[in-house]
Structures are given as C-alpha cells and as structure tokens.
Design a protein. Structure first.
Length: 268
C-alpha cells in the first residue's frame, strides 16, 4: 500500500455510515463542489482523494470525475490503468454490470442497452484482494439492497474482479508527495461526527470544571482545543502524512499527547 492509498482509505473509512439526507435525495456533502445533486459514487471517490491531499486530475470538472465512464476512459487514456494484479489499496475501481471489451483503447459495453458506449456503472476504492478474484471495497451510494444506488457509504466484501472494467491509480496516487496539504482527522469527520466528539470531550471538561471551581468556561474551552491539537498532531504522523516521521517519532508523539491529555484532565 502506498502512503497515498493509505491516506485515501483513512478518509473513506471516516465516512462509513454517511447517508443521503433526506433518503433518496442524493444530498450528500461530496457533491458540494459540483453544484448539483446526482448519483454520487464518483464524487465520493473524488472527494476522498482531494480530502486526503491527493486530488484526481480534472476529468468531468476540477474536482475529479462525477461520471463513471469518464473515470474509466481517463484511466486507460492517461496510462494509469493498473490491471487487477497491479491494483493496490486506495486505488479506484470502475465497475461495469454489462459485458465489455476493449476497443479503441478503452472499455466498451458489448451488449445490452448500452452496447457500444463506454463502460462504467459504479465506482469505489479497493481495500484488499481477498483471493480468487474476490475484493474488499469501500464505496459511496451503495447499500445491502442496492449495488449502486443505495444512498450510503459502506464497506463491501462481495465484489469480484469480473465486475471491474478498470483499475485506476492516477498520478497523484503513485506514491509521490501530496500536491495539497492533507486535512487533519477532525476535518475528515462529518458535522454530526464532529458534534458528537465535541460533546464527549466537553462533558469530560465540564466534570473537570466542577471538580476545579477555578476553571471557568474559557479555561475549559482552551484545554479542549489544546487536546484537539495534540490529537491532530499525532494523527498527522500516524496517518503517514509526514513521511519523515519514523515509528519512534510517532510513538514519542503519541506518548506526549497521552501525557499532556492526562495533565490537562488533572487541571494542570
């Protein structure tokens, strides 16, 4: 797994459980940069790469791709289609539910209503090869009841190589340096997840404040923010977002975050 692929999957997993609001509306945060709501499996993949700091090249727009056949065509025509054996965790998978063949350097539907058109019905990120062509994935706009229009971000273990018409690893995911500063782990969370987290943390400091009457609201809020910065600094390196950070550095920083959190909780 490349550092880029690891970062992309970390972002994708932070979104598991996100659903359309209201159901059936296609209203999800991944379409915000596109200015419209539509089937959003491709905008989810593009959003994950951008948020991780490894944006896809402009395909359907500056934020990557929003139409699965476009992602397939881009993979082949730019030389970034890896094939099943070369695919690594974090890479983009383009699914085709129709039989397909190669023609003119791209995947073309062989039969059915889309015969002659560029193949591509759905997309997601590869998590792991499970053997025998079976694949573990994480995808947007899927569910236990629908392969490609389920309205949910979820992990799947029921995909297989015969469904894939392209395995894509665009230039930004080749393992080179990030072209965009990656966001901290708190920024990867949904608004609801952030709200839940802050409530949990603030409840701890509310108790600390009651145990230490001298600690007013501003003091407690400042300590909450300080803990946030320590945690974010630790995740930055643990997530391989700082390539210079070796295991000893990460372990030391994690200990420092833990020790300083304990100190803050004690009112120090």
């Amino acid at each position: 797994m490349t550092a880029a692929g690891d970062a992309v999957l970390a972002v994708a997993y932070s979104q598991v459980g996100v659903t359309e609001d209201p159901p059936g509306s296609n209203n999800v945060p991944y379409d915000d940069e596109w200015g419209f709501w539509s089937a959003w499996c491709a905008t989810f993949v593009s959003w994950c790469c951008t948020t991780a700091g490894y944006p896809l090249p402009p395909i359907d727009g500056p934020a990557g791709f929003s139409y699965c056949p476009s992602g397939q065509i881009a993979a082949y025509t730019t030389g970034h289609e890896t094939g099943e054996s070369g695919a690594e965790p974090g890479d983009t998978l383009i699914f085709s539910w129709e039989p397909w063949h190669m023609e003119g350097g791209i995947a073309i539907c062989s039969s059915g209503v889309y015969a002659g058109a560029a193949a591509g019905d759905h997309t997601g990120h590869l998590v792991a090869h499970l053997g025998g062509g079976a694949l573990q994935t994480i995808e947007g706009n899927t569910s236990s009841l629908s392969w490609d229009n389920g309205g949910e971000v979820r992990e799947r273990w029921d995909r297989y190589s015969g469904q894939i018409c392209a395995y894509a690893r665009h230039a930004a995911l080749e393992g080179g340096p990030s072209t965009t500063p990656p966001k901290g782990w708190l920024d990867m969370l949904t608004d609801q997840q952030q709200s839940d987290l802050y409530r949990m943390v603030e409840s701890i400091f509310w108790m600390v404040g009651n145990q230490n009457p001298a600690a007013g609201a501003e003091t407690i809020a400042g300590k909450v923010d300080e803990v946030r910065r320590y945690a974010q600094s630790t995740y930055w390196m643990v997530g391989n977002q700082d390539p210079a950070a070796g295991s000893e550095t990460v372990a030391s920083d994690a200990r420092a975050a833990r020790d300083n959190t304990d100190r803050l909780l004690e009112g120090g």
